[in-house]
Write a protein that binds this ligand. Structure first.
Ligand code: MG
Length: 378
């Protein structure tokens, strides 16, 4: 049996280098929840990927803070546990909230890696030593500025560009970027901004040799409707926030709703769920991309380790820390090498060190839990 002696949740606020705009939101600050678990004599860190607003997904930084501090963390430290699966089963009495649960689940994988004296990548069976970096460029209304940002990203070494699109901001920016950079690997993400009625614009995007068209249709669109749309498009539809579970993925693949999936452990309730969907997709010939949620270096370390799995054939949303944050909280930071690749940490465990002094500088609030006293401070 193992005991978590202490769980500490940190809410920190990291200023972004550049405001980030999608079809539904704009951020200039990233509120991040970091979790530190002290298990036996090992300390592991993880991150909850919830965003400040419920526009991409129903959970937010505030709901995750509430669910973690009032429910999940007291249950987590309450009693010793034998296995990760057993502890996660204990947490299943809290319904939903996969982002909040994933923070705990992922930390337990990092703990297992330390216990097994392997890197997280090795623990999940990933074999690549480097993963290609990909950048996400938020919506920029000014065409010249958009081209400058894409050009800068390519100069910085990124080989794959993802553009955020929305109705009225789609064909024009995509055609401009494609014309100026005919060879760059390009994809677009609509974050559910279209309806089958304004499908016309999406059909026009077929001309621009896109790797994928991510989440085009409004939230709640039945996967059967997605399948109709996919049949009319040459570009593979990639599903992200429409897929919450293995059952969703099974059904989407069965009806032909997509030809690609964007997987993120922090949104799928953790690494075990991601691996289930990963295996299914590999069996059924569905292309895979590892996504990102504007994570700090802690969440990024998990993403990079998982993206090292062979089945992730589309370069992921994996960028250098410095692209988003002036000062990240981990050492060493993730950077791009001369070939536009990010090195997968090979050290035991997560492979990055959290610099606590930087957490203190960005700290908004914290809550601590121990087995004996429950919540000790907040
Ligand atoms: Mg997406």
């Amino acid at each position: 049996m193992k005991q978590i002696h202490r769980a500490t949740l940190y809410h920190i606020r990291l200023p972004l280098v550049q405001a980030f705009r999608t079809s539904v939101d704009a951020y200039s600050m990233r509120d991040v929840l970091l979790l530190r678990l002290e298990v036996e004599d090992v300390e592991v860190w993880s991150e909850c990927v919830a965003l400040p607003t419920p526009t991409y997904w129903y959970e937010t930084v505030l709901t995750a803070w509430y669910v973690l501090t009032d429910h999940l963390l007291p249950l987590t430290v309450q009693e010793p546990f034998e296995t990760r699966e057993e502890l996660m089963a204990r947490l299943a009495r809290v319904r939903g909230h996969p982002m909040a649960k994933a923070a705990i689940e992922m930390a337990l994988w990092a703990y297992e890696a330390v216990e097994a004296r392997v890197s997280l990548a090795q623990l999940v069976g990933a074999t690549r030593t480097h993963v290609p970096a990909g950048v996400v460029i938020g919506m920029v209304r000014e065409p010249k500025l958009l081209l400058q940002r894409v050009e800068k990203a390519i100069e910085d070494g990124y080989r794959r560009i993802k553009l955020k699109i929305a109705p009225g901001h789609d064909v024009e920016p995509v055609s401009m970027v494609r014309k100026m950079f005919p060879d760059v690997a390009l994809l677009v993400d609509a974050n559910q901004a279209y309806t089958p009625e304004n499908l016309y614009a999406l059909q026009l995007l077929d001309e621009y040799d896109l790797l994928a068209l991510e989440e085009p249709l409004s939230s709640g669109t039945p996967l059967r409707v997605y399948a109709d749309v996919q049949r009319q498009l040459h570009t593979p539809i990639m599903l992200d926030e429409s897929i919450a579970t293995l059952a969703d993925a099974e059904y989407a693949i069965e009806v032909g709703a997509c030809r690609a999936l964007n997987l993120k452990p922090g949104r799928l309730g953790g690494i075990a769920n991601l691996l289930d969907i990963y295996r299914l997709a590999c069996e059924r010939g569905i292309a895979l991309m590892h996504g990102g949620m504007l994570e700090s270096g802690v969440g990024r370390a998990y993403n990079v380790a998982l993206a090292a799995l062979e089945g992730f054939t589309i370069p992921g949303d994996l960028a250098a820390n410095s692209r988003y944050f002036r000062e990240d909280i981990v050492d060493p930071p993730f950077t791009l090498d001369a070939n536009g690749m990010i090195q997968v940490p090979s050290e035991i465990g997560l492979g990055v060190m959290v610099v606590e002094e930087r957490i203190q500088r960005a700290l908004f609030r914290t809550a601590m839990f121990t087995p004996k006293d429950g919540r000790v401070s907040s």
